[in-house]
Design a protein. Structure first.
Length: 232
């Protein structure tokens, strides 16, 4: 398969996934694509860490590794790859920009390869999944990342391949950050495994995990209600 064939397939997939005739879905995905919508989720993840780690040093280590995870993901995308590759976003691509279903005139910056939304959200999701080790929590965090990814294609600011590469780099950033955490943590903390129906193997309370799930559900409900009552 040559490059042009691949680009054509990418554009064909975008045409199938971009936009709709539903004003409800337009507003729903505009709400969910905003990082501000997810602030309660970030806060409850911080709560989860603080509640379930006894020492300040371990809490700070997790926070620092999370920040490192975001920086590793975001700097590579926005500072290095996007300007170096220079692939147009669909909303700026001269060949197809007039065919893109744009909502609220959201076009963003010129270059879109690869997706920082995909990379950042998946790196955070994977880091916390490895940290917490709970199936329902993992499903929730991965769903959060994938929802963010889909909003970018729906709104026409990324091609599907931008998302796929973003997820791959997010996996690298999240895994690297977790391995860094484990490397340092083993040298400053005892390696304790919890055997309990109320805690995960890494010591995270199921009750606190359910709070994370509740906040995630509330955010989806908020986006739904806003889509119903707010005109585009």
């Amino acid at each position: 398969m040559d490059l042009q064939t691949f680009i054509d397939i990418d554009r064909m997939l975008l045409a199938k996934l971009n936009g709709s005739s539903s004003l409800f879905l337009d507003q729903f995905f505009v709400t969910l694509t905003s990082p501000y919508t997810w602030i309660p989720l970030y806060l409850v993840l911080l709560y989860l860490v603080v509640r379930n780690n006894e020492s300040v040093s371990r809490i700070m280590l997790i926070v620092c590794c999370t920040i490192f995870c975001i920086l590793l993901s975001d700097i590579v995308v926005d500072v290095i790859v996007k300007p170096m590759v220079g692939r147009w976003r669909p909303t700026h691509d001269p060949l197809i920009k007039d065919t893109i279903d744009v909502v609220n005139n959201i076009r963003e910056t010129k270059f879109g390869f690869f997706s920082a939304h995909a990379s950042n959200t998946f790196s955070i999701a994977l880091f916390f999944c490895l940290l917490v080790r709970n199936r329902v929590f993992t499903l929730t965090m991965v769903s959060w990342s994938l929802i963010n990814c889909y909003t970018r294609v729906y709104l026409g600011v990324h091609f599907p391949f931008d998302i796929l590469v973003g997820l791959c780099w997010g996996a690298v950033a999240g895994t690297t950050s977790y391995l860094l955490f484990r490397y340092i943590d083993k040298r400053v903390s005892s390696d304790v495994h919890y055997i309990s129906t109320q805690y995960t193997s890494t010591g995270y309370s199921l009750r606190d995990i359910y709070i994370v799930l509740l906040i995630f559900s509330f955010i989806l409900a908020y986006a739904t209600i806003r889509a119903l009552v707010t005109p585009i």
